[in-house]
Design a protein around this ligand. Structure first.
Ligand code: 5RP
Length: 234
């Protein structure tokens, strides 16, 4: 079965976590987009009612508007009941690498503010240990080359051997990719992260780092779309 079908099965299963009247964090990426479209269909058919979304990116806001999902401004949300979002890697302790789409800052703000974070992935995202996927680190453009050196040093100090820290560029060109919040992304190829908590702590201590893609102690449920259905890990 294709990754899209597996992602769709995971997104369908995530609808089971949603109840009438909830305020939802709407994640970013292709799997989250599928969930948003399914949510729109459920609202249209009346199987769900009075649900509002807080999008984690401009792209998700656009998808939600197209799908007919009512949106509210993040600062109008008294509480966020459930956030449904994708991930680039998920380990056995529900630690995640996120940010492949460059939306990690808003995704983390919303996940952290939610009563429940549900992660929707296809099987390829499950890993024994994090780190094969390059870790995205969102940085302020001011002094980003200084920050990149500090990020390299932090990763090395946390046990990563010769990390490759690269500025993310748009398409094939040399122009920096700019996030919805106006920041740059450093993609840090580490091969393996033996101690994600230490990496997170060291990155958090660097002034130019706005946020990083390690999501630790945030996900409470992971839904894995597979050939014959969806597996809910809690
Ligand atoms: C965006 C993200 C995405 O959730 C992550 O990249 C997974 O995307 P997809 O569902 O397309 O595989 O973190 O910043």
């Amino acid at each position: 079965m294709s990754a899209v079908e597996d992602k769709t099965r995971a997104a369908e299963a995530a609808l089971e976590f949603i109840e009438d009247g909830m305020t939802l964090g709407l994640g970013s990426g292709s799997t989250a987009d599928i969930f948003v479209r399914l949510l729109g269909a459920a609202l249209e058919s009346g199987s769900l009612n009075n649900v509002k979304g807080v999008p984690t990116s401009e792209n998700t806001a656009r998808v939600a508007r197209e799908a007919g999902v009512p949106l509210i401004e993040v600062d109008q949300a008294d509480k966020i009941d459930v956030t449904v979002d994708g991930a680039d890697e998920v380990d056995g302790r529900f630690r995640l690498i996120k940010g492949g789409g460059g939306c990690l800052l808003r995704e983390k703000i919303i996940a952290h503010a939610s009563d429940l974070m549900v992660v929707v992935v296809d099987e390829t995202k499950l890993v024994e240990s994090l780190g094969a996927y390059a870790l995205p680190v969102e940085v302020d453009p001011f002094g980003f080359t200084i920050t990149a050196k500090k990020v390299y040093d932090a990763l090395t100090a946390a046990g990563v051997v010769r990390p490759d820290v690269k500025l993310r560029c748009r398409g094939d060109g040399n122009d920096p990719f700019v996030t919805d919040g106006g920041h740059y992304i450093l993609d840090c190829a580490c091969k393996a992260l033996a101690d994600p908590e230490q990496v997170a702590a060291r990155l958090n201590a660097i002034p130019g780092v706005v946020e990083h893609g390690l999501f630790i102690n945030l996900a409470r449920a992971v839904i894995v779309g597979e050939d014959d259905g969806a597996r809910v890990l809690e």
